[in-house]
Write a protein that binds this ligand. Sequence first.
Ligand code: ATP
Ligand code: MG
Length: 381
Amino acid sequence: MSVIGIDFGNESCYVAVAKAGGIETITNDYSLRGTPSCVAFSPKNRILGVAAKNQMVTNMKNTVFGFKRLLGRKFSDPHVQKELKHFPFKVEQRPDGGIGIRVNYLGEDNVFSPEQITAMLFTKLKDCATTALQTQINDCVISVPSYFTNAERSALLDAAAIAGLNVLRLMNETTATALAYGIYKQDLPAPEDKPRNVVFVDFGHSALQVAACAFNKGKLRVLATSSDPNCGGRDIDMALAEYFCQDFVSRLKLDARKNQRAFLRLLQEVEKLKKQMSANSTRLPLNIECFMEERDVSGDMQRQQMEQICADTFNRVERTLRGILHNAKLRPEDIHSVEIVGGSTRIPAVKALIEQVFGKQGSTTLNQDEAVSRGCALQCA
Ligand code: ATP
Ligand code: MG
């Protein structure tokens, strides 16, 4: 029997396992290492992960995503109300004040809690691991954002229990990253020597988390954390989508804000464009066929323009990066290195801010996407 480590991300999940030869990342039924945090319902079945994300646009009302942010919260929570604005699926208040997600499943109306939806995703991850490892899976370590409250942690544990997973430990995402770093570093200072201070920056889909850690051989101490739970890659997508919406209104008299499907497609396309802009500083095209009212649309954007449109997000990033120096009482020269993980640290403007704040380039010692799950798997070893 194996113990798995799960990184439950707002956009995607990764699963790793400790083996004799080291840590291995488990691939899913599509031979992919990441599984979208997406659960969908149809008249015939439940659709999970990659398959769920693939049919999102055509089954918008019954494809649930973004539920990591709903765990352990009440419907009336202002934070929840803010999230709801972006969902194409129906979310309502349950009699007990909790959150109900209303979908059509097997031809009937069903209301599921965020815990139940999360459990469905976990069942998928568990199944993939069972298939890959050819052994039964019961125990796991799951990562959570460092700012998760007790209510959020307890909701996550409920979800795991529904999925038949026994959680040995919930581990903070940044701690998992630090663990993944420490285990393979052969040159850490001896226990009696001055520790090596390393800052970890995880900029993901919905949140930014930073931690400062002190390492000696065999010893890891978290000095401080600093985070912005409301600043992530999705905020950049939203800002870019809003920009193109306005652009289409003024140039083409098409308002995508009035058409959920068009807006969802726009969000998917600007995310692709955003990733291309990370690698390319030239002007890049955006084309969507049959966008709405049977019309095609096109536009373009350059990296510099994106940086202006998303200035608010980058200001927040800078504030959180500076926050770690303050919280950990460290000066940039006290820091040995800054390790970057999370998909959104691939953005050049974010890399530039890291260099500006810490006086050194972010290093990519760790696998940017898999570090958190690997840290969780290590904890079980
Ligand atoms: P969270 O940690 O917030 O719960 P997550 O762990 O699912 O979410 P990640 O997988 O770390 O998030 O990152 C996903 C985000 O990174 C998405 O917003 C995605 O668009 C963004 N991203 C991935 N690659 C790139 C790239 N090359 N350039 C810009 N952004 C990128
Ligand atoms: Mg993450």
